[in-house]
Ligand binder design. Structure first.
Ligand code: NAG
Ligand code: NAG
Length: 201
C-alpha cells in the first residue's frame, strides 16, 4: 500500500493544489528566435522576426518595441500583433533607423507594461553595408515599416486591427482574464481525481 493512501484524499488534494498553483501561473514559455545574437539587420531591407510561445499562456496579442542599450527612447514597432498560435512571425522594413550594435526587441503589453520576452542583442547597419545578414523574410507574415530614430512622442508604426487577433469563440472572450484561474482550477480538479485514485489503490 502506498504511504500516501494513509492520508485523507481531501487533505492530499489541498496539498497538491497549493503545490501546483504556482505552476499554473508560471507556465509561460516565450522565446524570440529571430533576431538572434549577433544578427545584423539592414536598413532598406525586410528583416524577419519570429517567435515560439506556450499555446495556453493567455497571450493573444502583443506589442513590439525596439530598444537600444546605450540610448533612451524606444521605437514603437507594432501594436496588437496577433499571437494566438504557438509560433509567429513579422517582417520589418527598416528605413533610416540609426546604425548600432546594441539593439533589442521587446515583446510586451504596453498597456500595463508586462514584458513577455526580449530578443538577444543584435545590430542594425546602414543601407548598403555589406556585412548585414541577408535573412529571408518570413513567408506569409505581415510587413511593418519602421522609420527613423527612437522618438518619445512617436506612436506605434502599425496597429493591427482587433479582428486580426483571431480570438477563437466569442464566448471564450469573457473568460480571457480568468484564464490563469481556470488553469489553476483544472489543475485542482486533476489533483482531486488523482487523490481519489490513490485512496482506491
Ligand atoms: C494588454 O492588456 C489589456 C488589459 O488586460 C488588454 O485589454 C489589451 O488587449 C492587452 N494588449 C495586448 C497587446 O495584448
Ligand atoms: C557595417 O556594419 C557593421 C555592423 O554594424 C559595422 O561594424 C561597420 O562599421 C559598418 N560599416 C560601415 C562602412 O558603416
Amino acid at each position: 500500500m502506498h504511504v500516501l493512501s494513509y492520508l485523507p484524499s481531501g487533505l492530499l488534494s489541498l496539498f497538491f493544489a497549493w503545490y501546483l498553483l504556482p505552476l499554473a501561473y508560471a507556465n509561460s514559455y516565450f522565446v524570440i528566435s529571430q533576431p538572434s545574437k549577433g544578427n545584423i539587420w539592414a536598413n532598406g531591407a525586410v528583416n524577419p522576426i519570429s517567435w515560439t510561445k506556450g499555446l495556453l499562456d493567455g497571450v493573444n496579442s502583443l506589442d513590439i518595441e525596439l530598444a537600444r542599450l546605450s540610448q533612451d527612447g524606444l521605437i514603437f514597432v507594432a501594436r496588437d500583433v496577433p499571437a494566438t498560435s504557438s509560433t509567429g512571425a513579422l517582417n520589418l522594413l527598416l528605413q533610416d533607423v540609426p546604425a548600432g550594435d546594441d539593439y533589442y526587441l521587446l515583446f510586451l503589453n504596453s498597456t500595463h507594461g508586462v514584458m513577455y520576452a526580449s530578443s538577444q542583442r543584435f545590430s542594425i547597419a546602414d543601407a548598403g553595408n555589406s556585412s548585414a545578414t541577408s535573412a529571408t523574410p518570413a513567408a506569409g507574415a505581415a510587413t511593418v515599416t519602421v522609420s527613423g530614430a527612437p522618438n518619445p512622442t512617436a506612436v506605434f508604426a502599425t496597429t493591427f486591427p482587433p479582428s486580426a487577433n483571431g480570438v477563437s469563440a466569442p464566448g471564450w472572450r469573457a473568460f480571457e482574464g480568468a484564464r490563469p484561474q481556470l488553469l489553476a482550477l483544472s489543475a485542482v480538479m486533476v489533483v482531486c481525481a488523482l487523490g481519489g485514485a490513490w485512496t482506491v489503490l
